[in-house]
Design a protein. Structure first.
Length: 329
């Protein structure tokens, strides 16, 4: 066994834009705060030039040639060639860790390629599921969010990703729907997994929590205490998402989904972990500063919007949704 390599690793991608590096730094700080096992290391994969802050000296950088992995979501289709350990967990840079990740590795143990979610046999999800299954002779297709992938190094994983890359070249021909104008890694990996009969680890709210898309209400959030509680409110609440059952999530990994990193909950948690890890502030003081500035201002603005939103929409209509800078990749 190569003693220079850890048996487990966490990797993230920060390519094309430095803004992703900033997000990756926040993720790395949350990882280092909660994970002290020397045999579980953090790797940042990038095609950009930058210096690591002193507090992140323990993480490793894997540099690739600019543009080698592609743009948009395509870099995620090359994870099989970027594995630094026998068991590797990929986490999107717009996530934060809220606890030790041993439980996540335990849940995925034995999966060649692991994702968290459910199964689809019909409906719409980046394609017409019925048509795609008939065209490719598939059984149920895993439905998941590509903010988290688990991979165990080996030939089968390589074959899955080679198949996904081949499918990317046929994306439009297969009738798959682009996301922000780009091929989406999730549907390509889903097809490659479905061809082998591999399904997702069932979503139970303990591993990955996607802000807004499944659990629209953040009830508690504190990265320094390892507390995240999110929920999908009852149907009587306007925030209820009917596609998902009324449920609660207490995830170890919180996914803020790109646009969410511009919002105060993410910014406050990223500031907390930065103040502790980079600046060496006591936990209580870091929490007080972040909650007393970004947190207080954010909650006040949210309350103002909730109060006056109905009147605003009557006068001016709904505000047009625009892409964030991070989305323009």
């Amino acid at each position: 066994m190569d003693v220079s390599r850890p048996s487990r690793a966490v990797i993230t991608l920060a390519t094309t834009k430095l803004i992703f590096v900033d997000m990756a730094f926040a993720l790395a700080r949350s990882f280092l705060y909660w994970n002290r096992d020397p045999d579980l290391k953090f790797y940042l994969i990038t095609d950009l030039a930058f210096d690591l802050p002193p507090d992140l000296a323990r993480i490793e950088i894997i540099r690739v040639e600019p543009g080698k992995l592609g743009v948009g979501f395509s870099p995620k289709l090359h994870l099989d060639s970027l594995l630094p350990a026998a068991r590797t967990l990929f986490i999107d840079s717009d996530c934060l860790c809220f606890g030790p990740l041993d439980y996540v590795f335990d849940r995925f143990a034995g999966c060649k390629v692991g994702v968290v979610g459910g199964a689809l046999t019909s409906g719409l999800w980046h394609c017409d599921i019925d048509k795609t299954r008939q065209r490719l002779n598939l059984g149920p297709m895993p439905e998941f969010n590509g903010g988290l992938y688990y991979l165990e190094r080996g030939g089968e994983v390589t074959e899955v990703y080679q198949r996904a890359r081949a499918l990317e070249a046929q994306y439009d021909e297969l009738g798959l729907v682009r996301l922000r104008g780009r091929p989406n890694d999730e549907i390509l990996i889903s097809i490659a997994l479905a061809e082998r009969g591999w399904m997702a680890v069932p979503e139970d709210g303990t591993i990955l929590g996607n802000v807004d898309t499944i659990y629209p209400v953040i009830d508690e959030l504190d990265v320094l205490r390892g507390v995240c509680r999110m929920s999908n409110p009852p149907p009587t609440d306007r925030r209820h998402l009917p596609a998902h059952p009324v449920s609660e999530s207490r995830p170890l990994i919180v996914h803020f989904l790109d646009y969410g990193t511009d919002q105060w909950p993410y910014r406050a948690e990223a500031l907390k972990i930065c103040l502790v890890q980079r600046n060496g502030l006591p936990v209580a003081l870091a929490r007080l500063l972040a909650d007393g500035t970004l947190g207080l201002a954010g909650r006040s603005l949210d309350a103002f919007k909730d109060t006056f939103r109905p009147a605003y929409r009557k006068l001016f209509g709904a505000r047009r949704i625009t892409l964030t800078e991070k989305s323009k990749i």
